[in-house]
Design a protein around this ligand. Structure first.
Ligand code: FAM
Length: 441
């Protein structure tokens, strides 16, 4: 059975060749004009980054190496496929796809799961660092700090110091990336234990379990099949959302300075901790629970609409709705809703029902409100209420779970950045005075 490293090694020469040909054939080709509105509007729509793992189409949603979420659900190996129970695709399968563009075999996924389990334990200095954080520190701040601390053991940083050749950078970058992905569950579980007293805080890593099976054990959900399978689905589909979102772009930007994967991903997590990005899933739940308090169970559409208008009239955004790129209901939202429909414990949950009902009426209200370009639910509209229903009620922890996931896409791109020898990122900025001068010409 091929290892992940072998599979990446097979892909790298073809990717290098593709880049060489692109440069040779089209180096001067125009990819669009830069307008002032792009510069002032958060660079929306500018095609200025290379990102291999996924491409986001505003009308079709995300595709991972050309495969939509329903495609992935059909072809990516599940827990059952590697001898465990659970029907959802495994994050290991998604990681393999994102890194290589290929659908892994069951044996390859099983081997990757075992490799991650063997690398999952934290060094004792990292445990001590996490244990020293005040409980009142936001879990995302703890997460990013703990990840940065692991650069102590970075194989890339060491290899760079030893003068490794540029063409080989990708190899220690891949090793660090796999080591980090393997350790994210133990970091996240220790934070959960320290801050909320859940799970026993012990790093029990079973070499027969998959990444999320082990994570679930460590956070005290080892016996909850529904939750384990939900976490697998959630973590697989949050893995990548092309390159321009804040967390992915940050990993790429910081990595372009040849900062190692720990430093680059730590920075990405700090971006994910922003309320307009990853923190939205925490915000959505708080907002949905407030609505539930106000409208009660079995709320009518008009009660929900009224609550939506109260939110909008108070000048706040409706969390879980809108998107910088998508102009349709987020297929990740649809995948999580589909999961809810298949599990009786969720189908009958009052908070899940309220969130689903809201997703039917909110687009109409947001259209009438007339500001957002995309009135449909994004993934965060659904993700938190399921965790809540399964008993993981500490919302300030939710973005940490997103943070385990985003590594599946951000780190493979870092490997590709190094394999392709991409340069340090350095866009040009201008002051308003300089802009005025330029535009008057
Ligand atoms: N409720 C109310 N107003 C909204 C809105 C919402 N859900 N989404 C956008 N708008 C407003 C937005 O504030 C802006 O108003 P101003 O002109 O007064 O500044 C206007 O509509 C145009 O915004 P847009 O172009 O449609 O969206 P942006 O690309 O600027 O922003 C989001 C995209 C995601 C930041 C924005 O839709 C939002 O704030 N949504 C709520 C928070 C959220 O759910 N974030 C999670 C995003 C998720 F996919 C992720 O990253 N995890």
């Amino acid at each position: 059975t091929k290892t992940l490293k072998d599979a990446v090694a097979e892909v790298v020469p073809a990717k290098r060749e593709q880049l060489k040909k692109l440069k040779a054939d089209y180096n001067d080709a125009n990819l669009g004009q830069i307008k002032l509105e792009n510069l002032l509007g958060g660079m929306r729509g500018l095609k200025v980054m290379l990102w291999e793992g996924s491409v986001l189409d505003s009308e079709r949603g995300i595709a991972f190496h050309g495969k939509s979420i329903p495609d992935c659900e059909k072809v990516l190996p599940t827990a059952q496929d590697i001898g465990l129970s659970g029907k959802e695709m495994l994050p290991e399968s998604m990681l393999w796809l994102l890194l290589t563009g290929q659908v892994p075999s069951k044996e390859e996924v099983k081997q990757l799961s075992a490799e991650l389990a063997s690398k999952g334990k934290l060094p004792s200095y990292a445990e001590k660092i996490i244990d020293s954080f005040p409980k009142t520190m936001h879990p995302m701040t703890q997460f990013a700090s703990a990840v940065a601390s692991l650069n102590h053991d970075s194989k890339f940083a060491e290899a760079y110091k030893q003068g490794v050749r540029k063409t080989e950078y990708w190899q220690p970058t891949l090793e660090d990336s796999i080591d980090l992905i393997a350790k994210l569950p133990a970091i996240a579980a220790r934070i959960y234990h320290n801050v909320f007293g859940r799970g026993d805080g012990v790093q029990k890593i079973d070499s027969n379990l998959d990444l999320i099976g082990n994570y679930s054990q460590m956070i005290g959900y080892g016996d909850n099949e529904g939750m384990i399978d939900y976490l697998r689905l959630y973590i697989a589909i949050h893995g990548d959302h092309e390159g321009g979102n804040v967390s992915a772009h940050t990993a790429h930007l910081v990595g372009s300075a040849l900062s190692d994967p720990y430093l680059s991903y730590s920075a990405a997590l700090l971006g994910l901790a922003g309320p307009l990005h990853g923190l939205a899933n925490q915000e959505v739940l708080g907002w949905a629970l407030d609505m539930q308090k106000k409208v009660g169970d079995n709320a009518s559409e008009s009660d929900i609409k009224e609550f939506l208008w109260t939110t909008l009239k108070s000048g706040r955004v409706v969390p879980g709705y809108g998107h910088a790129v998508l102009r349709m209901p987020d297929p990740r939202f649809s995948a999580l809703s589909r999961f809810c429909d298949t599990r009786p414990e969720l189908k009958n949950s009052s908070i899940v029902q309220l969130v689903q009902k809201t997703s039917k009426v909110a687009p109409e209200v947001l259209k009438e409100h007339g500001k957002t370009k995309n009135p449909y639910p994004n993934v965060d509209a659904a993700s938190g209420c399921v965790l809540y229903e399964y008993g993981l009620k500490e919302w300030s922890y939710y973005t940490v779970i997103f943070g385990i996931s985003r590594a599946l896409g951000a780190l493979p791109q870092l490997v590709m950045d190094r394999a392709l020898g991409l340069p340090i990122e350095r866009p040009k900025s201008l002051s308003m005075d300089a802009l005025e001068e330029l535009l008057k010409k």
